[in-house]
Design a protein around this ligand. Structure first.
Ligand code: IMP
Ligand code: MG
Length: 181
């Protein structure tokens, strides 16, 4: 496998369960809507909500800024075609990873102007030393070193999302077609 395990399956499961319990405690009795950022947060969404044992809705937005392994020169495109009505809802925005912070910061503004009662943020991963836009996530699963990670929803050129763990692409894999042997 061209990927080295960084966060194994059992560690992901345990931490996401903790986060879910925390979210449930803090949003009990509130009109919670979790808005997940496609495509990377699909898997953490599915696991997280099964640990949130208070009523809540889910919604989806699509954001992309990434081309391969670099953000350089890319523009952020937000597609709200699927976005739910968040008027008077307490929104928890969920993304797979906080890198530069541009995606989440832009989405917080988008949700706020749509009349949400509150907007907070949750990320599975936070990459050290990459943040450009100041934003402190309210919930964070793991802090990771500045490496390109894949798996558990995260992709490289739209591949590797299916891996049940978070891993680092081994030397030489970036810049190469992902399906090369
Ligand atoms: P930001 O706007 O720079 O914070 O980027 C966040 C988005 O970039 C995430 O939603 C991911 O889709 C993508 N991203 C950032 N770092 C990685 C990585 O290491 N692996 C895969 N995707 C990443
Ligand atoms: Mg993403």
């Amino acid at each position: 496998m061209p990927v080295e395990v960084l966060i194994p399956e059992d560690a992901l499961r345990a931490r996401i369960h903790e986060l879910g319990a925390e979210v449930a405690r803090e949003y009990a009795g509130k009109p919670l809507t979790i808005v997940a950022v496609l495509t990377g947060s699909l898997i953490v969404l599915a696991d997280l909500i099964r640990s949130i044992d208070v009523p809540h809705r889910i919604g989806l937005v699509h954001a992309s800024s990434y081309r391969g392994a670099t953000t350089t020169g890319s523009t952020l495109v937000i597609n709200e075609a699927l976005a739910p009505d968040v008027a008077d809802r307490d929104v928890l925005l969920l993304d797979d990873i906080l890198d530069t912070g541009r995606t989440l910061a832009a989405l917080v503004d988008h949700i706020a102007v749509r009349g949400a009662r509150s907007v907070r943020t949750a990320v599975l991963l936070r990459k050290l030393g990459r943040q450009i836009v100041p934003l402190e996530p309210d919930y964070c699963g793991f802090t990771i070193p500045d490496a390109f990670v894949v798996g558990y929803g995260l992709d490289y050129d739209d591949d590797y999302r299916h891996l049940p763990y978070v891993g680092v692409l081994k030397e030489g894999m970036i810049g190469r077609p992902p399906r090369d042997p």
